[in-house]
Design a protein around this ligand. Structure first.
Ligand code: MG
Ligand code: MG
Length: 264
């Protein structure tokens, strides 16, 4: 069931989501060749708990196997989503999508950013740029009076124009007391289709975009999703609230990008 949030609830969601942005900014400081995704997970877990929140991903149930063992998802290169942190050092030229969820005062934050490790190729940089642009094009459509399909269409259109694949099996979602609420927010669809967007609808929009074909499969760990053609994938996510005229973005990339600018 889709339910609309009160202004008070939106502020609680903002707090949880801003903490995700701050956590990802902490990780931005640490991402460099040689660091392992398990080390990043430890940083995130500590930071989230030090700020009075719970890492929502840890222990997240899995219909195919054991619960998620970490506090962030770290998807490297051809991993699309749900990558499990491990002891393999990141290397120059890799990309890593870090998806992070918090629960603070009963409300959930959920946001994702794809980071470059050292210098990456121009081709891969374009994938990151276009995927992030697609996220904001989707957000532009998340206003009162539009329909859900307007968001989906905008994301799909932007990515496919660049020849990229739009993953079908995983989608955005409503967000509130639960990390995953109704409605589902696909990254593909038709303009004018789907539910009417009303004031106070809070959703996570999260394009998962592949450089090659859109087909994916699950690795033996029953979590990590990778591209079939082993080409890289990018993933950016904001949690937003539908408002009249302009969506209110509850998560933030500001602190992340401040760190990235300072590191360059
Ligand atoms: Mg997420
Ligand atoms: Mg999400």
């Amino acid at each position: 069931m889709v339910y609309l949030k009160t202004d008070e609830e939106v502020e609680l969601l903002r707090k949880a989501n801003l903490l995700v942005g701050k956590t990802l900014a902490e990780l931005a400081k640490a991402i460099q060749p040689g660091v392992t995704t398990r080390q990043l997970d430890t940083i995130a877990d500590t930071f989230i708990r030090d700020n009075g929140a719970i890492p929502t991903f840890k222990g997240f149930p899995n219909p195919y196997g054991g619960p998620f063992p970490a506090s962030i998802c770290t998807s490297v290169n051809h991993q699309v989503v749900h990558g499990v942190p491990n002891d393999i050092p990141l290397k120059e030229g890799d990309i890593v999508s870090i998806d992070c969820g918090t629960q603070l005062d009963g409300y959930c934050g959920d946001s994702c950013y794809t980071f470059a490790v050292g210098e990456i190729s121009e081709e891969v940089q374009t994938l990151l740029t276009v995927t992030k642009e697609a996220l904001y094009k989707g957000i532009e459509q998340a206003v009162v009076g539009h329909r859900l399909g307007d968001i989906s269409y905008a994301v799909q259109q932007h990515c496919e124009t660049h020849g990229y694949g739009v993953v079908r099996e995983f989608v955005g979602h409503g967000i509130g007391r639960d990390m995953h609420e109704d409605p589902q927010v696909p990254n593909y669809g038709k303009r004018g289709n789907g539910i009417l967007l009303k004031n106070g609808l809070c959703i996570a929009i999260e394009p998962m975009i592949t450089m090659g074909a859109k087909e994916i499969y699950m690795q033996d760990d029953h979590w990590s999703i990778i591209t079939r053609d082993k080409k890289p994938a990018a993933h950016y996510e904001h949690s937003i609230c539908v408002r009249k005229g302009k969506a209110d973005i509850l998560s933030s990339f500001e602190e992340i990008e401040k760190v990235l600018r300072e590191n360059h």
